[in-house]
Design a protein around this ligand. Structure first.
Ligand SMILES: Cc1ncc(COP(=O)(O)O)c(C=O)c1O
Length: 387
């Protein structure tokens, strides 16, 4: 028997891929191949992936919707599924219009490019995604300079903010945009109530600045605070959220704002190479994400809380600051020397987590993590600590 072209074994479960590119299927009929694959899969322990909520896989309903999606050409604005998604998203956010984009990063950077001019200064949080994890796009794409504001809890000190933005002069950069993030901090997931940033947004508006919300996980915040998403965006001129995180769609993000903002955002999206054609194929699962997945996020929060309690029960320290969502931030130092050591031991038990630094681990619950999985994780951590 000729070995599989993928794993070089004579007997494996890569049947179809092997068959497509080589000879490993020789001697197997379809039925025996299926049985072989089932046998192999049952022997493999199920992987619990807590690295992020970005690892969620589309639900069977989403996959069906993708296959059956009615499509058109989105650049020509005649893809009916994209139009439906954008209408639905704008309505949910309480904004005039919205635009479907490929990613949260793309939405954020389009928003900044529309709301500023090159040479302007934008105010960003020290721990924000837009400042730390978008490859310097603020400078590279929008030509703006960030002014960093440090506040551990996602708020702004109003008096120092006012002092900063009041400064004007021929030598100074124009302050044009205040950036917010909710849930705040991708390794902590703090849900911020609207009054946490209402004062900062008002100060920015008084100074003639725009206010943009990176709401990649804003539906998590709304669920944790038991408020409508509209309430969290009432002081924002524009906002973005992600479809492929807790909402479990395979990809995409929504950018929303006034109609004139979105008209200009479409031009910038095109300039950034983000124009797409039969995007209805990916808009269809996104519609399901909005209609069905936003309503189940509190399940993820409950699982996260059980995980926190379990970790505390094992003597770990967990981040308890503020209203928490689906992100568990764990300090392992009271029980084990290094975060990487624990992550490695968990990986041996088919559990994946994210190492944030020497002592911190992030675990994120999502649609593919059940209550039973959470119990398995607690059990696994307990085994590692006992060793
Ligand atoms: C707060 C926040 N904003 C923006 C993004 C970017 O989203 P994407 O990965 O879709 O570009 C992320 C991704 O994790 C995020 O956590």
């Amino acid at each position: 028997m000729i070995p599989c072209v993928m794993c070089h074994r004579k007997l494996c479960y890569h049947g179809r891929d092997g068959a497509a590119s080589g000879e490993s299927l020789r001697g197997f009929d379809r039925f025996s191949l299926k049985r072989l694959r089932i046998w192999y899969t049952r022997r493999m322990p199920e992987i619990i992936d807590l690295r992020s909520d970005t690892v969620t896989r589309p639900t069977p309903e989403m996959r069906k919707a993708m296959a059956e999606a009615e499509v058109g050409d989105d650049i020509l604005r005649d893809d009916p599924t994209v139009l439906r998604l954008e209408e639905l998203a704008a309505e949910l956010l309480g904004m005039e219009a919205s635009m479907f984009t490929a990613s949260g990063t793309m939405s954020n950077e389009i928003a900044v490019a529309v709301m500023t001019r090159p040479g302007d200064e934008v105010l960003v949080h020290a721990d924000s995604h837009i400042y730390n994890l978008e490859t310097g796009a603020l400078a590279a794409l929008a030509g703006v300079q960030p002014r960093i504001v440090a506040d551990e809890n996602g708020s702004y000190d109003i008096s120092s903010l006012e002092k900063t933005i009041a400064k004007q002069g021929v030598q100074l950069a124009r302050h044009s945009l205040l950036c917010l993030e909710n849930s705040f901090h991708l390794n902590r997931g703090l849900a911020l109530a609207a009054d946490v940033y209402a004062g900062a947004a008002a100060a920015a508006h008084r100074a003639g600045m725009g206010v943009f919300m990176d709401g990649a996980r804003i539906f998590n915040s709304a669920a944790a605070l038991a408020v409508d998403v509209k309430e969290l965006l009432k002081d924002c001129d524009a906002a973005a959220f992600c479809l492929c995180k807790g909402l479990a769609a395979p990809m995409g993000s929504i950018l929303a704002g006034s109609r004139s903002f979105i008209d200009e955002a479409r031009r910038i999206k095109q300039r950034f190479g983000g124009g797409w054609r039969q995007a209805g194929v990916v808009a269809a699962p996104a519609v399901i994400a909005l209609e069905k997945m936003a309503g189940r996020l509190s399940e993820d929060h409950e699982n996260a809380e059980n995980l926190r309690r379990g970790m505390e029960g094992l003597g770990m320290r967990v981040d308890r600051g503020g209203v928490l969502t689906n992100i568990v931030n764990l300090d392992v130092s009271p029980r084990i020397t290094g975060a990487a050591e624990l992550a490695g031991a968990l990986l041996d038990r088919s559990i994946k987590v994210k190492v944030c630094d020497e002592t911190r681990i992030r675990m994120v619950t999502h649609n593919d993590v059940s209550g039973e999985h959470v119990n398995r994780v607690i059990q696994a951590v307990s085994e590692v600590l006992e060793k």
